[in-house]
Design a protein around this ligand. Structure first.
Ligand code: ATP
Ligand code: MG
Length: 452
């Protein structure tokens, strides 16, 4: 209590780096050693046997605490990267400035990080860390104690360390209690921490959506003002973060959370135009929902497909505009694709390696309209048919094309050869062919001889 008052009076943050952790026994957190994967357990044990600390840290502890299956396991240690590498035969040092060690066992990789400090001192006057004019930290690469390591992490629920040997959780900032309350709370002063690394704002939106947590009001408050700082972050890092959000299994909630916090300008600037249009909104919502359910079923979700859906409303708009201006449908579509891809590069920087697949999926869309002759068979054999068909279903779901078109293609894949022939006949019979034969005298208008 007295310490808290002193902290308040002298402007010191409570539990500054260097203060101790609360050590919680199994009964308080419920994470048993056997819930860890073998590889992570072995890494922690090997480190301990060599006289180092080895704790499970970050997302894995948080997810176990919440009864979720962690997607990967990270380990933090007081051993230097070089010392870690020497302990594990199958390991390698990754990165130059910020070195981490990848330890491989079986097909798995465990990321081992040496405790780091962000160099923060007890008082602001002593703090001499290099930042840019907005407070962005320019260096984050000093080894430190475990307490320093906890203090440089972003949210209280991400600063939990699990010791498998003793089945204890080291909790520096009340992360276990916040997990129980389902609160996402920034460690330290939110304004300063968001300025140090504006990407933390995107992470806040992602974790809130993924975990269905409520963002603590003090943590949330500075976001509206600081959101424009995302403009100073390298586009590649923003893209990585966008991908993490979209593939988190909670993309639908995540994207809407981003918009609610006003963060999408810095990450998915195209979102405003899309969501302001009801067909666009239905299309994107359907796409995000499908992605989320694929991830829930452990099915792969392709980034190219996803970004293809995010950009489609713009492609569609440009395509129609160019057509109305007199361009033929096919060249209009190709022009629209290139224009949209060029324009997004300055905003979101989707890597060029996805362009090929996005373009193929888009370019196949008009071909679904052609349901006569050999064309449907040829489309069916196209290597991108499956992705393009899934894309068509989203267009049908959002009302951009007729539901019947999607249903036709679903049926066409299911029925046997005779069924397909019937479908083609049934579909092509009422429509006049483009190239009409010259009418013979006495023949009915538009009449065509049906194949026997
Ligand atoms: P996920 O389940 O999405 O992987 P995670 O919490 O493991 O969630 P990572 O991006 O893998 O997230 O980061 C691992 C840990 O590193 C985090 O839990 C957090 O403690 C710390 N961390 C990552 N990025 C930052 C950041 N920008 N600022 C501060 N700490 C960070
Ligand atoms: Mg992680």
């Amino acid at each position: 209590m007295i310490r808290r008052i002193i902290n308040k009076v002298f402007g010191r943050k409570p539990r500054a780096p260097g203060s101790g952790a609360q050590i919680l026994p199994l009964a308080a957190h419920g994470i048993r050693r056997d819930q860890l994967d073998d590889c992570a357990l072995k890494v922690c044990e090997t480190l301990a046997q060599a006289g180092y600390k080895g704790y499970l840290v970050g997302g894995a502890v948080r997810d176990l605490l919440l009864g979720k299956t962690p997607k990967d396991f990270d380990v933090a240690t007081d051993a230097t990267p070089e010392e870690v590498r020497r302990l594990f035969r199958r390991s390698r040092i990754i990165g130059r400035r910020f070195q981490i060690v990848h330890v491989m066992c079986g097909r798995e990789t465990i990321e081992v990080t040496t405790f780091r400090s962000n160099g923060q001192k007890e008082t602001e006057e002593e703090d001499e860390r290099p930042t840019d004019e907005h407070g962005r930290l320019l260096s984050d690469n000093v080894f430190g104690s475990m307490a320093d390591d906890a203090a440089r992490r972003d949210f209280t629920i991400n600063a939990l360390y699990y010791d498998p040997a003793r089945e204890e959780v080291h909790d520096y900032f009340g992360g276990v209690a916040d997990c129980k309350k389902r609160v996402l709370r920034m460690i330290g002063d939110p304004d300063t921490r968001f300025r140090e690394d504006p990407v933390r704002m995107l992470r806040a939106a992602r974790f809130a959506a993924k975990l269905d947590f409520h963002i603590d009001p003090d943590t949330r408050r500075p976001v509206a003002t600081l959101a424009p700082l995302l403009a100073n972050i390298p586009r590649a890092r923003i893209f990585d973060e966008a991908l993490k959000l979209l593939l988190s299994g909670h993309a639908l909630r995540g994207v809407h959370q981003l918009r609610a916090e006003g963060l999408h300008h810095g990450m998915l600037p195209l979102l405003d135009t899309i969501l302001d249009d009801s067909t666009g909104e239905r299309f994107i919502n359907a796409a995000l929902k499908t992605t989320d359910s694929r991830i829930a079923q452990d099915k792969p979700a392709s980034p190219a497909f996803l970004f293809g859906t995010l950009l489609w409303p713009q492609v569609l708009q440009r395509w129609h505009a160019l057509e109305s201006a007199g361009e033929k449908p096919q060249p209009a579509l190709f022009l629209a694709m290139d224009e949209v891809l060029d324009a997004q590069r300055s905003q979101l920087a989707i890597p060029r390696r996805y362009d090929g697949m996005m373009k193929e999926i888009w370019a196949l869309q008009p071909r679904f309209e052609q349901r006569g002759g050999q064309r449907p068979y040829r489309l069916l054999e196209h290597p991108r048919f499956r992705a393009a068909y899934d894309f068509l279903l989203l267009r049908a779901e959002s009302g951009e094309v007729a539901t019947e078109l999607g249903e036709w293609w679903t049926r066409f894949q299911e029925v046997d050869e005779a069924g397909r022939a019937d479908m083609l006949q049934a579909d092509s019979s009422p429509k006049p062919r483009r190239k009409r034969k010259r009418k013979k005298p006495g023949e009915a208008a538009g009449g065509e001889t049906q194949p026997a």
